[in-house]
Each structure stands twice: as structure tokens, then as C-alpha cells.
Design a protein around this ligand. Structure first.
Ligand code: HEM
Length: 543
């Protein structure tokens, strides 16, 4: 059998001339020691009724491997779907040659293709949770470039809840299920949000239809945080990244989502998989916004603040390339579950900015992956670059191979050395060396402007979006503690007079039946689900 799938990708099958024992043919089941398995139906027992004996290697290997089939779930973004494809560069950024701003090789030539792997996800709930829940969606892209990997770990929404990484565990704890009941709780969420005014912009998106994208193909993507591009001369600009779906953008109302969820909780994974199987390959255009690398005192926000949009009229979206997803994974666990993306994974010509959130994230991703997947996670094919790797890193759990250089003396796993060890690479482009000074402080940024853009976003929405937003907010806020409600209403007023008034009125008129904070966020009328289940349940006699 060919060791390639129909697209020419290698499949890990034995070669035709692999040695076989007498008992074996090409379809014989073996264990991991290569022993042919003669009975896969019956454990070994004393007499056919048991007891079982414990020396039965096939059984022990099978069951103990099964016992370890799962690795720790991602602490966030547990539910996801992935696909392979390619990125094709335009060679330009808008009307200008891209080399004016970045020397990153993948962008330089028109038509140049770079393989990618993309993982889409929801954030809060676990691996098999419904894909209809109100939640941001992850949009993580791994570019396997000739200079090594570049990961762009983004979301569908273009902004975030917080701007300081120290707050991330608290934000996530508030949105994750209650540690006692194990149920997500709107009161815990708004307890946190009402004390974190910087989240008002994100909340305005999240409770509107933008909080439930119809599927993964018809949503946008964004790098959210601010990065730098560096050119050959070592000069830098600030950039924000955007993905625009060629399929158009579609979002669901709460009612639509509930109807879909009643019958299918995997619809987004199914949609992505089937579109690709049917040759209907999803495609996104890749665009950047560019800003000079300084504090921009003329703006009423800080360009490094990830709760803010960069206004499009001042900082136009400039196309840089396109991405097509044309191949499904062959094995979900191998490629999607073990995929590991991180904001620290950049190539020459791309750089970090001083954005505090970005720096906090950059520590967190590879740290969690060394725990979740293991210290050698970068040797797994999905994470390994599609280019030469030669390091002096050795050992660690599940080291699969040694990353030896072509002529490296295997005794020399250190550097520097005269005895044919690895050598440092030549620096090609001029390094970007920004000057940094300041007092070490623990302080919020100066231009917080927590409500301005939230109000703009509210006013830019169409009326049906605003209605949906208010209804969803009122449904989740109505049963909350009065102190939380009044803090929230005060902040909605600060965003926009009409916004505050409508939430306040909605809360005043909220149905007296709306008493549970344990409904899915945005939902109403779900609090009696336990009672309904009991009433609708069909009584049966014990057997
Ligand atoms: C300080 C803030 C943040 C921290 C500490 C953080 C941390 C994490 C961690 C620990 C994971 C799990 C990674 C894994 O197990 O492989 C993760 C996943 C993810 N995060 Fe963040 N995150 C932060 C903010 C953000 C923001 C602002 C975005 C949006 C741009 C984002 C997008 C994602 C995505 C898309 C994934 C899933 C990646 C995948 O598909 O494997 N995160 N994050």
C-alpha cells in the first residue's frame, strides 16, 4: 500500500518489505512489542468464568495504554478543530513592497507559498463542549516558514477583556465553571467584569451576535496584540494582524444558537471537516494595520492597549496575502490535540512589541505546553518546523530523536567547541535595538479610556444587533446581586447614554422568573431545565 494519502502526504505505515513473523500477514494485529495478537476477544482466565490472571501482557499493554489516552486538556481553548493549508504572499503590503516594512521571508515574493496548520477553538468549556456557546473563538495559525515556525495565536474578536497579563487567571476563573457547582455562572462573570472596566468593550462584542460566530469558516481572525515588523535596515513599525474570510462573516443570535445546539453540538467542527472533504476550501485574506513605533500622544488610547481597535480610517487594512485550508488532519489527537502554538514563536523580520499582555502570553504558552504535551513537544511532527533543526538539547520525557546537525560530532552537545560542534548562525539583517528606559513600577497605563470605544462599537451596531446585545446582557445580569447590577449599569451609561438606559430598563422589566445565574450566558428560560427533565422523564421500573 502507498505510504501517501491522495494529496501526497506521508502516512506512517510499514514498508512492504518490513519483516513479519510466520503468523503475520499485512493485516495482522500486533501489540506495540510487535507480537502478533492471536485473541483480541478474551482475557486470559483460570477457566472461562475467571478469575483473570495478571501476567497477560497483551491485555495489560492495551488497557494501560488506553488508561493514558488523554493528555491534560488545554487550560483554555480546550475545544477545537484544525486543518492544514497554505499561505500565499502578495509580495506587497497595500501598494508598497512589503520589504519596506519587514524582511520576513514568507512575505517577500508574490505567489510564494508557505504551509500552515490552523486550529480554531472556543475558550472556556472542555474538549467536547457545544460549539454554539457564547465565547470568543480562537484562531491560531502555525506557518512552517523556511526560517522556522511562526505562530500567530489570535482570536476572532479583535480586542480582549484585559490589558494586564496578571489578571488572566482571574478572568478565566470567573468565566470557567464555579469551583463548587462546576456550572458556569453569570454572577461570577459579572462580579469580575463589574470590577474590571477595561472589559466593557469586549463585553459589548461578546453579548452581541459577534459572541456566537456561525461556524469557523465564516469568522474573522485577529492577532489582537500589537507586534513589530522589522526591515533589512533594522527599522521597526507596529503592526496588528487581521484575517478576513472570503466566505463572508456570519454570526448567530442566542435563539438560533440554542436551536442548533438542541440537535448538534459539534456543528462547527463538522462544517470545517466536511467543507474541506468536499473540496470547498475555506480562504482568508491576511491584512495588517501599520503604525509608527511610538506612543502616539495624538490618540485617545495607547496603541499597545489590546482592549482597543486601531481606527481603520487612520490605519487602513493593507492586504499582504491569503490563506487556504485544503487538507483535514489524518488523526485528531496527533495533529490537533498535540498542536502547540505560542506568541513567542517568531521568525526574522517579525518582533514583539512592548505590549505587556503579549509578553505575559509569551511566557505562558510554551510553559503550559511543556506540561500539557511534554518537554519534547517540539519534536512532534505537527509542531516541528519543516526545515533543518540542530540543537544541543538532549533528553527529557519522550525524546524521540536527537536533533543532530549533519556533521555534528555526537559527543559534542555543547557550544562553543573546536571539536565539530554546532556553530552560531550569521546575523543577516541589521538587528532592531529599541532603546528602553524607565522606572520599574506596578502601574496601569495612562490612557485607559475604558468606555470610549465600547460606546463607539455600540453605536456602530445595527439595531437588531443592539437589541440582541441588550437582551443577552439583561438575561444574564437580571438574577445577579444588586451591587453587581448597579455597577454594570453605571458603566454601560459611561459607554453610551442609550446603552445604559436600555440595560437599566431591561433589568427593571426583567421577568420575575429569571432567577438563576446558572444558565448558559445570554440564555433565558433555561433555569427550569432540571425541573423539566424530571417532569418530562418517563418513569420506568427497575430491572
Ligand atoms: C495574558 C493573557 C493570556 C494568557 C496568559 C494566555 C494563556 C493561554 C494558555 C495557557 C493557553 C493554552 C495553550 C496550550 O495548552 O497549548 C492558551 C491558548 C490560546 N490562547 Fe491564550 N492567553 C492569553 C490571552 C490570549 C489572547 C489575548 C488571545 C487572542 C489573541 C489568546 C488566544 C489563544 C488561543 C487561540 C489559544 C488556543 C491555541 C490552540 O489552538 O492551541 N489568548 N492561552
Amino acid at each position: 500500500m502507498k505510504n501517501e494519502d491522495k494529496l501526497g502526504n506521508s502516512i506512517n505505515r510499514p514498508e512492504a518489505d518490513t519483516p513479519k513473523s510466520d503468523q503475520e500477514s499485512t493485516d495482522t494485529l500486533t501489540n506495540r512489542q510487535g507480537h502478533p495478537v492471536t485473541d483480541n476477544q478474551n482475557v486470559r482466565t483460570v477457566g472461562n468464568r475467571g478469575p483473570v490472571t495478571l501476567e497477560n501482557y497483551d491485555f495489560l499493554e492495551k488497557i494501560s495504554h488506553f488508561d493514558r489516552e488523554r493528555i491534560p486538556e488545554r487550560v483554555v481553548h480546550g475545544r477545537g478543530a484544525g486543518a492544514h493549508g497554505y499561505f500565499e504572499a502578495y509580495g506587497t503590503v497595500g501598494d508598497e513592497p512589503v520589504s519596506k516594512y519587514t524582511r520576513a521571508k514568507l512575505f517577500q515574493e508574490k505567489g510564494k507559498k508557505t504551509p500552515v496548520f490552523v486550529r480554531f477553538s472556543t475558550v472556556i468549556h472542555g474538549t467536547h463542549s457545544p460549539e454554539t456557546l457564547r465565547d470568543p473563538r480562537g484562531f491560531a495559525v502555525k506557518f512552517y516558514t523556511e526560517d522556522g515556525n511562526w505562530d500567530l495565536v489570535g482570536n476572532n474578536l479583535k480586542i480582549f477583556f484585559i490589558r494586564d497579563p496578571l489578571k488572566f487567571p482571574d478572568l478565566i476563573h470567573a468565566f470557567k465553571p464555579d469551583p463548587v457547582t462546576n456550572i458556569q455562572d453569570g454572577e461570577r462573570i459579572f462580579d469580575f467584569i463589574s470590577n474590571s472596566p477595561e472589559a466593557m468593550h469586549m463585553i459589548t462584542f461578546l453579548f452581541s451576535p459577534w459572541g456566537i460566530p456561525a461556524n469557523y469558516r465564516q469568522m474573522q481572525g485577529s492577532g489582537v496584540n500589537t507586534y513589530r515588523w522589522v526591515n533589512e535596515a533594522g527599522e521597526a513599525v507596529l503592526v496588528k494582524y487581521h484575517w478576513e474570510p472570503k466566505q463572508g462573516i456570519k454570526n448567530l443570535t442566542q435563539t438560533d444558537a440554542e436551536q442548533i445546539q438542541a440537535k448538534n453540538f459539534n456543528h462547527a467542527t463538522q462544517d470545517l471537516y466536511e467543507s474541506i472533504e468536499n473540496g470547498d476550501y475555506p480562504e482568508w485574506e491576511f491584512l495588517v494595520q501599520i503604525m509608527s513605533d511610538d506612543e502616539h500622544p495624538e490618540l485617545d488610547f495607547d496603541p499597545l492597549d489590546d482592549t482597543k481597535l486601531w481606527p481603520e480610517d487612520k490605519f487602513p487594512w493593507l492586504p499582504v496575502g491569503r490563506m487556504v485550508l485544503d487538507r483535514n488532519p489524518q488523526d485528531y489527537f496527533t495533529e490537533v490535540e498535540q498542536a502547540a502554538f505560542g506568541t513567542g514563536v517568531l521568525v526574522d523580520g517579525l518582533d514583539f512589541s512592548d505590549d505587556k499582555m503579549l509578553q505575559g502570553r509569551t511566557f505562558s504558552y510554551s510553559d503550559t505546553q511543556r506540561y500539557r504535551v511534554g518537554p519534547n513537544y517540539l519534536q512532534l511532527p505537527i509542531n516541528a518546523p519543516k526545515k533543518r533543526v540542530a540543537t544541543n538539547q538532549r533528553g527529557g520525557q519522550m525524546q524521540y530523536k536527537v536533533d543532530l546537525g549533519e556533521n555534528q560530532n555526537p559527543h559534542v552537545n555543547y557550544e562553543p567547541s573546536t571539536l565539530d560542534g554546532l556553530k552560531e548562525a550569521k546575523q543577516t539583517g541589521k538587528p532592531h535595538t529599541p532603546y528602553v528606559e524607565g522606572n520599574l513600577v506596578r502601574e496601569p497605563i495612562d490612557r485607559t479610556n475604558n468606555f470610549g470605544q465600547a460606546g463607539d462599537t455600540y453605536r456602530h451596531m445595527e439595531e437588531w444587533e443592539r437589541e440582541e446585545l441588550i437582551t443577552n446582557l439583561v438575561n444574564t445580569l437580571a438574577p445577579c446581586d444588586e451591587r453587581i447590577k448597579s455597577k454594570m449599569v453605571e458603566m454601560f451609561y459611561k459607554c453610551d447614554e442609550d446603552y445604559g438606559k436600555r440595560v437599566e430598563e431591561g433589568l427593571r422589566n426583567a421577568s420575575a422568573n429569571n432567577t438563576s445565574t446558572r444558565e448558559p450566558i445570554g440564555a433565558e428560560g433555561a433555569e427550569d431545565a432540571p425541573q423539566q427533565a424530571e417532569e418530562k422523564g418517563h418513569s420506568q421500573d427497575p430491572y
